[in-house]
Design a protein around this ligand. Structure first.
Ligand code: SF4
Length: 880
């Protein structure tokens, strides 16, 4: 408490992307939190993006899992965990250690991850422990190990401040790591840093770029091979640094054999890019999922690393290849060895000395000698009966794994599945035999490591509801129930942190990079107060790697790899003519378990969509706001069409976030082929093939309601998407079969059989508008039409719960301005408000709009939309 009686602010870390922003949290005394950016955290220096700023809106207890459940029935911890321990023991005894598996998440804290890895690898005796980080940056891990001998991220965020050229490859940083993007833009404003974006798609990250290379999907290796050849031709190789590098000759041979024409870029564009790279001493190449999620992702990583190694632009201020991770603790998972092909603390599973040392340290009865099943193979094994017991923690593979339909079937088919989560309302949790209630991010203590190796404390500021417990505690409890009481006698995350730090000292003694054993003697109080710290903790290295040319292969040298461009595994053909790209949007996180609770975040892009080029839309007869049906060899989807030249002809882009809970027809991973990179095992999530056609809807619907809607139960509904609003919920709906009884449909949709009805129909035109009132207030409204519904959605979304009678017009009264679709989530500013301000205030730039309305001055990731509105107003000065 402060002297004034208000609770003191507590330092913590954001639970979303790998930027790892520091937070200051203050409980509001009513179960909520005030959230602001921590000005002292080195990752964000006080900044937050729209998702971080809205964290306080995502703490609702609606849908929380409050007690363990076995076969859908609430039970106590003892019976649930006795069952888990018995089933895993039985599987190991009867079918061997490789009959069990864990599937974890980059959402877990390092201490949780550490206990899970120790339990599986050291005591259950299998390496069948993988994580959703396999879908995120496994290719980077493999590329780093091939080049450096360890999985070391050389870069730091300070390098972004000091670089003269930053190249973003396969990374929409402006939306996916907004605070890092703002950091780059600040450096650009201060020192004129050049910015190049390499991406098949035009994204918000291109807005302030000097160059956008819109290459063909999968052709990155050809581009970076051409760059390596150009660096050689231009005399830019660093002969001195190359004394520390093996493989130059073979890498150059492959580079000169490459055909840059496969990129689809103009030769002049490529030459300009290569020349800029060659002439600039301080270059950082930031790469993300566009590089990793590929059947040749590891080669793409090594193609980038080759250029930095050959020029010595690595490990020095303002230089280096820099993988930015998608998840808040993907790096922590890598550190503990929470992937099927890693041991712990960057030691090698297949190295007998490393294995023996870890076994001795843990006092472990059994250690696997080879890699376990990676994510795709893990679920295949669950489906074909090889896996008898599976534990899934904080992740939703029934939605996110490629060929998600088959993965759902595999989870269902597995003899025994345990799911730990904060809610039972996920596609995966619905398939579990045992559900375990886990503490949520604001309720648990531990550490996370962000993309630049900074370890930050996440601190508990709210009590866990019901019987929820932290993951490390649940996992350790199972370890004890299986008979390993001493090994899992953990009382606190601080104790686990010290053990992990001590184990990292072993890695240090083997000469490896990951050694933070300086912190192994930290007291409980020291752990509580731990400030963000980047490893290597020892100041000997100043937090940097590789400037001195020391690498981790046995000869101490790095490796350049001869890499050749491989096209994506599947090529578009007559049946599946489109290339399907998937990715994230600005205001949602993964499968939206938390972000969908925020009306503000749901206001930006409230339904799933597919971006399609205008030429393709015209060929298919698709008009704005039509629905598209997508089909691949593995599944199908229905989503809203967004016609835009941001994607190339023949390409589609679809976001990954929607689930069976929010839009069941838009589970996009069900279309993605489970094709993986042969080295990293990472699936090719950005280059599947698909067919597209206009969805022939007989009717479209738009609904608002105070209460959740049963959209999936309305007969004849082929498409629905649900989103939160300030007053309740909104939904988009559509069906192929005619809707004959709108009143009955509305009553069923809203589960309001007795509400007073207000209705307007034109059966000749197929139009119906139904409002349901309770106690004189609007409870819900449904608009039906044979075309996409043209009503003012943001206005209607504010009406439930009010005493309105004018809802059926679908439009605000003349004297009530409609804010329009949300643009700035930080300051809640809509498109119409911005357009009006541009016109009346004669605003000319995004900075003018920011000064007038604050829009775009928070995280800044909406500035591209503001710029588009400015351009729109310039084109149509008087019409709107
Ligand atoms: S950039 Fe946004 S989502 Fe990522 S850590 Fe920072 S506040 Fe969280």
């Amino acid at each position: 408490m402060t002297a004034g009686g208000t609770p003191a602010e507590v330092r913590s870390a954001c639970p979303y992307c790998g930027t790892g922003c520091g937070l200051l949290l203050r409980p509001d005394g009513q179960g909520g939190l005030e959230v602001r950016g921590d000005p002292d955290h080195p990752a964000n220096r006080g900044r937050l993006c729209s998702k971080g700023l809205a964290l306080g809106e995502t703490l609702g207890q609606e849908g929380r899992l409050l007690a363990p459940q076995v076969n859908g029935r609430d039970t106590g911890w003892d019976s649930a965990l006795d069952l888990v321990a018995a089933k895993f023991r039985q599987a190991v005894e009867q079918h061997g250690p490789d009959s069990v598996g864990f599937y974890l998440s980059g959402q877990m804290l390092t201490e949780d991850y550490y206990v899970a890895n120790k339990l599986m690898k050291g005591f259950l005796g299998s390496a069948n422990i993988d994580t959703n980080s396999r879908l995120c940056m496994a290719s980077t891990v493999a590329g780093h190990k091939r080049a450096f001998g360890t999985d070391t991220v050389p870069g730091t965020y300070e390098d972004l401040d000091e670089a003269d050229l930053i190249v973003l490859v396969g990374s929409n940083l402006a939306w996916c790591h907004p605070v890092l993007h703002q950091r780059i833009l600040a450096a650009r404003a201060a020192r004129g840093t050049k910015l190049v974006v390499i991406d098949p798609r035009r994204t918000a990250s291109c807005d302030q770029a000097d160059m956008h290379l819109k290459l063909r999907a999968g052709s990155d290796v050809a581009l970076f091979n051409r760059l390596l050849a150009a660096l050689y031709e231009g005399g830019a190789l660093d002969a001195d640094y190359l004394r520390h590098v093996e493989g130059l000759g073979a890498a150059l041979e492959a580079a000169f054999a490459a055909d840059a024409a496969v990129t689809g870029l103009e030769a002049t564009e490529i030459a300009e890019f290569c020349d800029l790279w060659r002439r600039t001493g301080k270059v950082v190449t930031v790469f993300s999922q566009g590089v990793n999620q590929s059947s040749s992702g590891t080669d793409k990583v090594n193609a980038i690393l080759n250029c930095h190694l050959a020029t010595g632009r690595i490990g020095k201020p303002g230089c280096g290849p820099f993988s930015v991770t998608g998840q808040p603790n993907a790096m922590g998972g890598r550190e503990v060895g929470g992937l099927a092909n890693m041991l712990a603390c960057h030691m090698d599973l297949e190295n007998a000395r490393h294995r023996a040392a870890v076994q001795d340290f843990w006092g472990a009865p059994a250690m696997p000698e080879r890699a376990g099943l990676k994510a795709v193979d893990l679920f295949r094994a669950a489906g074909d009966g090889r896996l008898k017991a599976l534990w899934i923690i904080h992740t939703n593979p029934a939605v996110t794994m490629p060929e998600a339909g088959a993965v759902s079937a595999a989870i269902k088919a597995c003899d025994f599945t345990v799911v730990s989560d904060i809610t039972a309302a996920t596609d995966t949790a619905r398939l579990a035999d045992v559900l375990l209630p886990a503490a949520a991010w604001a309720e648990k203590d531990g550490t996370v490591t962000n993309s630049d190796r900074t370890i930050s404390r996440q601190r508990a500021v709210l009590p866990p509801p019901g019987q929820a417990r932290p993951d490390w505690d649940i996992l350790a409890d199972v370890g004890r129930r299986m008979g390993w009481a001493a090994a899992f006698d953990y009382q606190s995350p601080a104790q686990i942190f010290r053990e992990h730090a001590a184990l990292s000292g072993l890695a240090g003694r083997f000469g490896l990079d990951f050694d933070f054993s300086d912190l192994s003697g930290l007291s409980d109080a020291g752990y509580d107060g731990l400030a963000p710290v980047r490893w290597p903790v020892s100041r000997r290295r100043g937090g940097r790697f590789f400037a001195d040319g020391r690498f981790y292969h046995p000869d101490g040298k790095a490796r350049m790899l001869p890499v050749r461009c491989q096209p994506p595994a599947a090529a578009p053909d007559r049946e599946f003519p489109f290339r399907l790209n998937t990715g994230r949007i600005r205001d949602q996180w993964h499968t939206m378990t938390r972000t969908a609770q925020s009306p503000r975040l749901s206001g930006h892009l409230g339904e799933p969509f597919a971006d399609i080029h205008p030429d393709d839309a015209a060929d298919l007869g698709v008009k704005p706001a039509d629905l598209l049906r997508l089909r691949s060899p593995h599944g199908q989807a229905i989503l809203r069409a967004r016609i835009t030249a941001d994607v190339q002809p023949g390409d589609l882009f679809v976001p990954i976030h929607w689930t069976g809970e929010t839009a069941p027809s838009a589970r996009i991973a069900s279309l993605v082929a489970a094709v993986t990179d042969p080295v990293s095992g990472q699936p090719e999530s950005k280059a599947s093939v698909a067919a597209a056609e206009r969805f022939q809807a007989s009717w479209y619907g738009f609904a608002v309601s105070c209460r959740p809607m049963a959209a999936g139960t309305t007969p004849g509904t082929d498409y629905w998407a649900l989103a939160r609003t300030q007053t309740g919920y909104r939904a988009e709906l559509a069906g192929a079969a005619p809707l004959h009884d709108p009143e009955a449909a509305a009553r069923q949709l809203f589960a309001l059989p007795d509400a007073a009805i207000q209705m307007m129909t034109d059966s000749r035109k197929g139009i119906a508008r139904v409002a349901l009132h309770q106690s004189g207030r609007l409870a819900a409204a449904l608009f039906i039409a044979p075309q996409p519904i043209a009503v003012r959605r943001s206005y209607l979304a504010g009406l439930p719960g009010t005493c309105t009678s004018g809802v059926l017009t679908g439009q605000p009264p003349e004297d009530l301005p409609d804010a329009g679709p949300l643009v700035c989530a930080c300051f809640n500013v809509g498109a119409n408000t911005i357009l009006r301000a541009i016109e009346t205030g004669r605003l000319l730039s995004a900075a003018d709009v920011g000064a007038a309305l604050q829009a775009g001055t928070g995280c800044g990731s909406c500035r591209s939309e503001i710029t588009a509105l400015l351009a729109r107003r310039r084109c149509k000065p008087a019409a709107e």
